[in-house]
Design a protein around this ligand. Structure first.
Ligand code: ATP
Length: 352
């Protein structure tokens, strides 16, 4: 395959299995985000791809060639890692030009390229600055520029924007996405920020407990989380205890509800119905409970967010959060009973 291929990769630290049997194909030119909570193994996986950590088992191939034993400098990946600090004795400009110097580019080309990259990372004119004179966010941006100067075919980024404020982070994300699409650099970015993953990635790899929990396009992962872990980690999800009756119906308290799908066909008995807050509708009070997928719930709190209201209800099976447009709100308050519509298309069933 043209691209990166991980085959049954594991990393065992003394007493801790950090990466557990991960297989993954990343086609050339794709932007992939490894997304997961702290400690799930995403940095370890990335360090193995970079050649900074030796796998306990499994192989890594690039364009069909086994590179598992190749040292990092031979892999020639562009890398931005917390552990790969800038060279403290070199200026900003010299740091960025480092790989160009190794390639034997002449001084004028180096100067022009450094100026161009500094503009890109919003640090024009910083060539002569010492690394010790930079803030954490400025260092991150110099590291991004240094990695880009290599014009790598593969780009590995571990939380590259973590030290930037929200506005600069969004600007840098947009720049990176545009550059990546133009140059078709295969890019892997590690983040625990689901918003960052959703806006940047062609494909998200959700990790939990050293394993891949789900991989797919951002919209698919959001719409159809494969399990409870993903439903909870990517966006907000309501999870109600239900009993599976068949592949399209579940029992919630005394009500039988129709669902779009049971995520895992082996799911039987007790399970969780998952539905996103924006898909839970408050039904007209005149709507009878005999209507399909309408249930009763007691309002426990209403939070006015301006254009929207966040309403929390208690119903059979658990707590439900719904987001209601202000103009659709009929003014029920805490303690009132409301009728709630759970549209079938948005109801997914996950193993309990
Ligand atoms: P974070 O977002 O906090 O950086 P992560 O998902 O990148 O987390 P890793 O750094 O890959 O997580 O660590 C995965 C697990 O392996 C953690 O439980 C960590 O404590 C453990 N670990 C990492 N490096 C080592 C090491 N050198 N020796 C032993 N255990 C390690």
């Amino acid at each position: 395959m043209f691209g990166l291929e991980l085959d049954r990769l594991s990393k065992q630290y003394p007493g801790h299995l950090a990466v557990d049997d991960v297989s993954l194909s990343i086609p050339h030119g794709q932007f992939v985000c490894f997304l997961g909570p702290s400690g799930c193994g995403k940095t370890t996986l990335m360090r193995m791809i970079a050649g900074l950590e030796e796998p306990t088992s499994g192989t890594i191939s690039l364009n069909g060639r086994d590179i598992t034993q190749e040292p990092p400098n031979v892999r020639k990946f562009g890398m931005v890692f917390q552990s790969l600090a800038l060279f403290p004795h070199l200026s900003v400009g010299e740091n960025i030009a480092f790989s160009l110097r190794l390639q034997g580019r002449d001084a004028r080309v180096r100067r022009e390229r450094v100026a161009e990259l500094l503009k890109l990372v919003r640090l024009p004119g910083f060539e002569k600055r010492a690394i010790s004179e930079l803030s954490g966010g400025q260092r991150q941006r110099v590291a991004i520029a240094r990695a880009l100067a290599q014009e790598p075919q593969e780009y590995l980024l571990d939380e590259p924007f973590s030290a930037l404020d929200a506005k600069l982070r969004e600007e840098m994300q947009a720049e990176l996405r545009q550059l990546q699409a133009e140059l078709k650099i295969t890019t892997i970015l590690v983040t625990h920020d689901q918003r960052e993953a959703m806006t940047l990635a062609d494909s998200i790899v959700v990790m939990g407990d050293g394993r891949i929990q789900q991989q797919g396009a951002p919209a698919d992962i959001y719409r159809a989380p494969a399990n409870r872990f993903v439903a909870n980690f990517v966006g907000l999800s309501n999870l109600l205890s239900v009993e599976v009756l068949d592949h399209q119906t579940v029992q919630l308290g005394a009500r039988v509800l129709k669902v779009a799908s049971v995520a895992d066909p082996r799911t039987a008995g007790q399970a969780m119905l998952s539905i996103r807050p924006e898909n839970v509708r408050l039904a007209d009070p005149a709507t009878g409970l005999e209507d399909d997928n309408v249930i009763a719930g007691r309002v426990t709190s209403v939070r006015d967010m301006g254009s929207n209201l966040e309403v929390i209800l208690e119903c059979d099976g658990g707590r439900l959060l719904t987001v209601v447009h202000a103009r659709d709100w009929r003014g029920a308050g805490a303690g009132d009973v409301a009728h709630i519509w759970l549209p079938q298309d948005y109801c997914r069933v996950l193993a309990a």
